[in-house]
Design a protein around this ligand. Structure first.
Ligand SMILES: [Zn+2]
Length: 108
């Protein structure tokens, strides 16, 4: 009878350890889920920003960019394609524009 009690106690101890491990796994999975939901929302917000405020265009020279609703606001199409919002800036003294991420020099 004593051996049976010891066996049951041993199994209970093992189950408690398993339970603690599963709880920790569940908490980690929940934290990861929340982080992914936040990341997904940021991607959706950025996609909506691109769709609502910018228009994809290609110059006669074959350079692509995103034209903003505000005159003179241009986005780098390469960055936009990879999910980043990077404004193009005029490179003095020339008339071409550069991406601050170094992904393009375009002639508008
Ligand atoms: Zn870029």
């Amino acid at each position: 009878m004593l051996e049976r009690i010891i066996d049951v106690q041993s199994e209970c101890f093992e189950l408690q350890q398993t339970n603690q491990r599963l709880l920790a796994d569940a908490q980690a999975a929940s934290a990861r889920e929340n982080a992914l939901k936040e990341e997904l929302q940021q991607i959706r917000d950025l996609a909506a920003d691109f769709a609502d405020n910018f228009e994809f265009r290609v110059t006669l020279m074959g350079s692509s960019y995103d034209q903003g609703e505000v005159a003179g606001a241009y986005l780098c199409a390469n960055c936009a394609a990879s999910g980043k919002k990077t404004f193009l800036h005029r490179a003095p003294p020339g008339s071409h524009y550069v991406c601050s991420a170094g992904l393009g020099h375009i002639q508008l």
